[in-house]
Design a protein around this ligand. Structure first.
Ligand code: NAG
Length: 545
């Protein structure tokens, strides 16, 4: 019978697999299809079952046309082998997570219409002339890095639980495994803490929000109250959803800086005790958590409620951008410096982080923090998230601390991605697709031995200028595609021209998924920047510094 082949001869998978060999023949997609797996492959099997059953065009039986096999010889626990044969698809992996990634690959070998169940071109009998097929091939695959993350700031702007789940879907689809949920900041506290109701009543809402760019003077505000928070039930729902996609959720509770929302609800947590508002514009604020015992009591109570919600090994404690102005003139902080024999406020920052680390370690958790946690010495077991370039990463790795790479230069998806004058307003900077693609998470200063401390990398999305879910997607796609390949694919398999072709093909899938994305961004960095635009970007680059 005649068959339509829905896949290109060269598979278009993103991130590109370690090795793929095309074989002769096709696997016919015809009804019914047998799918068999046992509990070892519960998550991956269930995912595939649900995926194939969207739109009810495929009837599944428990034959083994598609089969899951445990293969202990696969070295990387996240690795897999996918073998498409004329009458069989075999998924081999050592773990459910490895098999899950085989399923994500298989998904990309199916027509995009499967994404929303609109694919109807499947035969109900072998005799019809309409069959969809998958090219026979063997794919052997494993990730380059163990930490493959995406971050989302829900404090500056908040997004619905449904949207957070879609964000997690996208992470999983691209074989990334970590969602860094930035839950608290100066402009809003977004996680329910039952012991402190004013976090919900006061810290979760700001009276109004800056309109336009921060650099537009004079500042104007929209006059609209904005905010909200995720209940603990919602958080549990998100975390369970993420688990069903092999995604770990790392919550971030910011300290000692970016704490103005919490301080607005409980002024005693600051140094001055003065009443402040939840921040209405962007930037760095002087109202940071005081180092007195009351603040630690509060933070420990907060963490006591946060810990049981997140099975993640890590809790992100922030640590960035904590101006020491108030600590310098605060009697209690100055006393703390004396009694603890600290040199200055930088060492006080180290005291703060180390004390929280000790607490979290005692509860079986590890801390991760922005690279400012290197200030005044690194807490003993901390993992560093290196965002201000790579210096912090080098320093931490040399001290044998684990590192996640998120330098602004390659990982800040809130930066402009194109020189198109129609681009929506962004915070500044310039991070085109090609630059993300070219990122090497291992800093050149590190030896092979030291490089082992680089766990991986993450794309960050800060949302000062990103009020809607559509806009989040626009900033994330296609740069997340590049990031997924940075953390998954071997350098020798990477090729930008080939990647761009795959992105264009992938966009069809995004269309069916109804995911927004930026298009026509494939310019080489700098090439299309007009003189006028150059100044424009320079302006933002300076502001950003
Ligand atoms: C930094 C801040 C962040 C802000 C972002 C904007 C970090 C670790 N800190 O100034 O709060 O939203 O950049 O790009 O990124």
């Amino acid at each position: 019978c005649e068959s339509k082949v829905y896949v290109a001869e060269i598979p278009q998978i993103i991130p590109t697999p370690s090795s793929q060999t095309i074989n002769e023949g096709y696997f016919l997609l015809e009804n019914p299809i047998g799918l068999s797996y046992d509990d070892t492959f519960k998550i991956s099997g269930d995912f595939l079952r649900k995926y194939l059953q969207k739109g009810n065009t495929i009837q599944l039986t428990d034959n083994d046309d598609i089969q899951f096999l445990l293969d202990e010889t696969i070295e990387n626990p996240e690795g897999y082998k996918l073998s498409i044969q004329p009458f069989k698809i075999i998924i081999s992996a050592k773990t459910d997570q490895g098999a899950f990634y085989a399923v994500q690959t298989l998904r990309q070998l199916l027509p995009p219409e499967f994404e929303n169940g609109s694919f109807s071109d499947i035969s109900t009998s072998l005799n019809t002339s309409k069959n969809a097929s998958i090219q026979c091939m063997t794919i052997t695959d494993a990730p380059l890095f163990q930490y493959r993350g995406m971050h989302l700031d829900v404090a500056r702007h908040q997004f619905s639980v449904d949207f957070i789940k879609q964000y997690i879907d996208a992470i999983a689809m691209l074989k990334m495994n970590t969602f860094h949920w930035h839950l608290t900041d100066d402009q809003g506290w977004r996680i329910e803490i039952k012991k402190y109701p004013e976090l919900q009543e006061i810290a979760a809402y700001r009276n109004e929000t800056l309109i336009g760019h921060y650099s537009d003077q004079p500042h104007q505000f929209d006059g609209k109250r904005y905010g909200g928070f995720y209940t603990q039930e919602e958080v549990k729902d998100v975390v369970a959803y993420a688990q069903s996609q092999h995604v770990t959720v790392i919550p971030e509770i910011e300290m000692p800086g970016h704490a103005q929302a919490a301080i607005s609800a409980y002024p005693n947590l600051g140094c001055t005790g003065e009443q402040v508002d939840v921040a209405q514009k962007w930037g760095v604020f002087e109202h940071i958590f005081c180092s007195k015992d009351d603040t630690f009591d509060f933070l420990e109570d907060v963490l006591d409620e946060v810990i049981p919600l997140f099975p993640s090994e890590y809790i992100h404690i922030g640590g960035d951008e904590a101006p020491k102005t108030n600590w310098k003139r605060c009697e209690q902080c100055q006393n703390r410096i004396k009694t603890e024999g600290l040199k200055d406020e930088h060492e006080l920052q180290n005291y703060f982080i180390t004390r929280i680390e000790k607490y979290l370690n005692s509860k079986g958790k590890q801390i991760i923090g922005w690279d400012e946690i290197l200030e005044g010495g690194l807490a003993p077991n901390a993992t560093v998230m290196s965002w201000r370039g790579t210096k912090g990463a080098v320093e931490a790795a040399k001290q044998k601390h684990n590192v996640v790479m998120t330098p602004t230069s390659h990982c800040y998806f809130d930066y402009y991605q194109s020189t198109n004058p129609e681009e929506p307003i962004a915070i500044g900077g310039f991070l085109p697709l090609e630059k993300v693609y070219g990122f090497n998470p291992i800093p050149s200063e590190l030896s092979a031995e030291e490089s082992k401390y680089i766990l991986g990398a993450q794309g960050n999305l800060w949302t000062e200028y990103i009020p809607t879910e559509d806009h989040v997607e626009y900033m994330v796609f296609p740069r997340i595609l590049a990031m997924s390949e940075v953390v998954w694919s071997k350098n020798e398999n990477k090729d930008y021209t080939n990647f761009v072709k795959r992105v264009e093909n992938f966009n069809k899938r995004l269309d069916v998924l109804d995911i927004n994305y930026a298009n026509h961004l494939y310019e080489i960095e700098g090439e299309l920047i007009s003189e006028e635009n150059k100044n424009y970007y320079k302006l933002y680059a300076t502001l950003e510094d």
